[in-house]
Design a protein around this ligand. Structure first.
Ligand code: 3H9
Length: 642
């Protein structure tokens, strides 16, 4: 796990603890011992700490968090490194995160490859840095940089880290050789003060209040970012030792919290998602892709494919539609340029990799085709008839559908083993979730290719069985139905939305429908009714029939003033629904949230019992990544199991 070799009078300590060099007990002990060994070795004048594998130390070992802490504790190890008789230089590649960056701050110097990043992502695990991250960072880079780094949890790239003073040098090429050369050079100069003894200047109280306000708004009920801010303030105002004690107490408190348990659950579920145990085939190589349909969804999918570096063919009905599709795609990349995510040149390169047209013959040699046309069975079937005639027999053919039965879409398709459902979420180039829906004829190879595609697109794949709405929309339907039941029982619409926001959702169920439009689900219900299914009338149906489809019609569940998206309680809606509403008991915000999340969990249980979802954590990932369920609550299944 730890090896020591030397280059003249420089010792090189190499950490090798795959997969990410996490700081489990054995590694902490190994580093502890290495400091002692090298302090005692008179032939050594400086030490380089470097890691094998894909990354520098990526943090504490999260799997240890459910267990009692074991010595040597990380804060003590960081102190020991700082007090080592020889100066240590951390040589960073990949990511130095959390405890990894804290170890680097224990070292006297930090050099990093230009491709590396450093950060303190602890808040994303519901904790605060627990080994001096909140105390040393402000002493190293100033309070403002520390507050940003610690309370957002977002890592920064090496160049930014250098400009903030988080690292001392940026290198390219051979990290080990460069770090050894660096360690040798700095021996000729006076050593900088250890970070723990450096001064720190606290901003005035008004600045701290402003930060608190902004973070409270952003955190939406998540506690760790605010507790982190509190630690940083103590670190800026109190002596080092007091701040360390405060940080440690906060860390241990949060480590045992429900929020941290929920966030760990999502952390491991996300990492398990791309590689489910039952995938037993090798995925096909996908070197080219095509999208049928250049609307919002199709353009989003095409953008995601381009972002992953795949050449894309975009097919639309006619020239006019082709131009519209290309404009949609360009809009997406232009937006990315405006937000500083892409340069103009990168956006242009994204567009240059798109071939657009209306002739299916363009698809003759494409590896993967994703259909994203209008959600109508006959339209989709017509597309697959053409794909069956023009694509290679081994091309993977996927449908992006939210509600339709993929078996019906693929009926009559030659080689149906290469057919699969891929349910993207809008905007498809942004949303992380991908529901993967195999049919009974989908081959294992095609299924594995779906998962491999998700990895390539940096998405979180969840396998779903075939039912109305798959996992996500089926639960959404139940959630909305329960929300309507509450309205029928006399709970005000605005009270329900407020309760769900207080629970951590960005929006309540009715605000969300007004934003997305009530007509989509209405049309789907009408379709089912026309097909002879017994679909009871919903309150939403009454609103749509009265022309209230949401924000786009200036009113849905709420009214909207022109140019203003703030929902205003609506007398028109109240009058339209009056006959369907009885007066009932006044519910607290907590009991409203419990009813609605309980309904989601109940539907989730049914989905599991039917085999539509393979495991509870898959359902949690779907709700967290596709439907705004607060990550720090762990998803509906975790909430009821916990
Ligand atoms: C902390 O440090 C607290 C301290 O302040 C105080 C302590 C006192 N532990 O993501 P990947 C596993 S809190 C255990 O797919 P990538 C992961 O489960 C920690 N295991 O790789 C997966 O396992 P498997 C702060 C971990 O290359 C495998 O490694 N640090 C940990 O796409 C590969 O993971 C963080 O929050 C861990 N800390 O990305 C960093 N990390 O193969 C969290 C990963 O069995 N980690 N695993 O499924 C990351 O952000 C990414 O893993 C990283 C690599 C960017 C490093």
């Amino acid at each position: 796990m730890i090896s020591i070799d030397r280059d003249g009078d420089i010792a090189i300590v190499t950490v090798d603890n795959p997969p990410v060099n996490a700081l489990g007990q054995a590694l902490r002990q190994g580093l502890w011992d290495a400091v002692g060994t090298l302090d005692a070795d008179d032939t050594i004048r400086a030490v380089v700490l470097i890691c094998a594998g894909r990354t520098f130390i990526a943090g504490a070992d999260v799997t240890e968090f459910g267990k009692p802490p074991m010595p040597p504790h990380l804060p003590d190890l960081v102190d020991r490194l700082e007090q080592a008789a020889k100066p240590w230089t951390a040589a960073i590649h990949g990511s130095a995160l959390g405890g990894g960056f804290e170890v680097a701050m224990g070292c006297r110097f930090r050099v990093a490859l230009d491709t590396a990043s450093v950060g303190l992502p602890e808040v994303s695990l519901g904790i605060v840095p627990g080994a001096s991250g909140t105390v040393r960072t402000p002493r190293l880079a100033g309070v403002e940089a520390a507050v940003d780094l610690v309370t957002t949890g977002r890592p920064v790239k090496a160049a930014k880290a250098l400009s903030l003073g988080l690292i001392d040098a940026l290198v390219t090429g051979d990290l080990r050789a460069e770090a050894v050369a660096f360690a040798r050079t700095v021996l000729t100069q006076p050593l900088p003060q250890p970070i723990s003894t450096r001064p720190v200047t606290s901003p005035d109280p008004a600045w701290w209040d402003e930060q608190k306000k902004a973070i409270t708004k952003r955190a939406k009920g998540e506690i760790a970012p605010l507790r982190a801010l509190d630690c940083l303030r103590v670190a800026a105002e109190k002596p080092f030792a007091d701040a360390m004690a405060h940080e440690r107490a906060t860390f241990l408190d949060l480590r045992a919290s429900d929020q941290a348990a929920a966030l760990r659950h999502i952390f491991f579920a996300e990492r398990a998602a791309p590689k489910p145990a039952h995938l037993n085939a090798k995925p096909k190589d996908i070197r080219s892709a095509a999208v049928i349909g250049g609307g919002t969804m199709g353009a989003g999918i095409a953008a995601a494919l381009r972002d992953a570096g795949l050449p894309v063919i975009l097919i639309e009905r006619d020239d006019e539609a082709v131009q519209r599709g290309l404009a949609n795609l360009r809009n997406i990349f232009d937006g990315a340029v405006k937000r500083g995510k892409l340069t103009e040149a990168q956006a242009q390169a994204r567009m240059d990799g798109v071939t657009a047209g209306s002739d299916y013959a363009l698809l003759a040699d494409t590896d993967l085709v994703i259909e994203a046309v209008f959600e109508d069975l006959s339209v989709k079937r017509a597309v697959f008839t053409q794909l069956g005639q023009t694509c290679r027999p081994d091309a993977i053919l996927a449908t992006n559908t939210s509600y339709l039965d993929p078996r019906l879409i693929a009926q009559g398709l030659p080689h149906p083993d290469r057919f699969i459902g891929l349910h993207f979420f809008s905007p498809a180039n942004v949303m992380k979730l991908l529901e993967i829906v195999p049919t009974p004829t989908t081959s294992n190879e095609t299924l594995a290719t779906g998962f491999a595609l998700a990895r390539a697109l940096n998405k979180i794949p969840v396998q779903a069985g075939i039912c109305d709405g798959f996992i996500g929309n089926r639960i959404l339907k139940r959630y909305r139905a329960e929300a309507e039941t509450l309205v029928r029982q006399g709970t005000p619409i605005a009270a329900i939305d407020a309760a769900m926001r207080a629970h951590g959702f960005a929006m309540g169920p009715f605000e969300a429908q007004d934003l997305g439009g009530l007509d989509i689900a209405y049309l789907q219900r009408e379709g089912a009714r026309a097909a002879g299914q017994d679909v009871p009338e919903t309150l939403g149906d009454i609103l749509v029939r009265a022309g209230r489809k949401g924000q786009k019609t200036a009113g849905g569940w709420y009214d909207y003033a022109p140019g203003d998206r703030t929902p205003q309680p609506s007398e028109t809606t109240a009058a339209l629904l009056a006959d369907h509403i009885t007066t009932g008991p006044v519910l607290t915000a907590e009991s409203i949230a419990a009813r609605l999340t309980g309904a989601m969990a109940a539907e989730g249980k049914a989905i599991l019992a039917e085999g539509i979802a393979l495991k509870p954590s898959d359902i949690d990932l779907v709700k967290v990544h596709g439907y705004g369920y607060p990550r720090w609550r762990g998803g509906p299944m975790f909430a009821v199991a916990g």
